[in-house]
Design a binder for this molecule. Sequence first.
Ligand SMILES: Nc1ncnc2c1ncn2[C@@H]1O[C@H](COP(=O)(O)OP(=O)(O)OP(=O)(O)O)[C@@H](O)[C@H]1O
Length: 210
Amino acid sequence: MQPSPPLATTSLLDVCALRGSVFADINLQLAAGECVALSGPSGSGKTVLLRALVDLDPNEGEVALDGEPRRSFAPAEWRRSVALVPAEPAWWGTLVSEHFPVGCKPPLAMLGLSAQALDWEVARCSSGERQRLALLRALVREPRVLLLDEATANLDETSRGRVEVLIADFQRSGGAVLWVTHDAAQAARVAQRWLTLRDGRLLQVDTAHT
Ligand SMILES: Nc1ncnc2c1ncn2[C@@H]1O[C@H](COP(=O)(O)OP(=O)(O)OP(=O)(O)O)[C@@H](O)[C@H]1O
């Protein structure tokens, strides 16, 4: 049997006719180096959409990375390449270091974190520290695409700015970002395009009237 040909694409991430429990007919392309902001009313399905993209929630449709269909990836490899940073990240070990590959040196200082942060117990970390550590945890695995679910919701302005700088660096290295945010000013700062999820459909936000 012939291997199925790659989908015709010029995008890094290509989503075609994706359907899930609270959305339908989602078509989305993310180019290398691009950041797309995603907003929408509370409960509109933004988190469910991100979880569907990493195949954690039931979904149908085509998703491809660099033209390679998602089904050709092992689930763990897909989620390493298309990394979700949830609003409330899960922690399974006692120490922060247990969540990072052995010997890796995440850029803690870039996010204003202590050089000792890997030695901390997860239980002592503030919500803002956890949010920044979860972002680093995803980045050290060198994803191609980052799906950020309100990644700065627990952060003060300084930390928020540091995260935005780090994400801009990720884009410069060729990564693509889909960034769920309720913050219109942040969407305007970080994103080249702005989409909203309403009634289960993705719409382009007309930034000229916001
Ligand atoms: N596992 C689930 N089973 C059934 N319904 C779910 C599940 N997870 C989420 N939902 C529902 O799907 C809808 C969309 O939820 P979702 O968390 O994606 O919203 P959201 O747009 O991210 O909202 P917010 O901006 O408040 O975070 C909500 O009505 C929610 O209750």
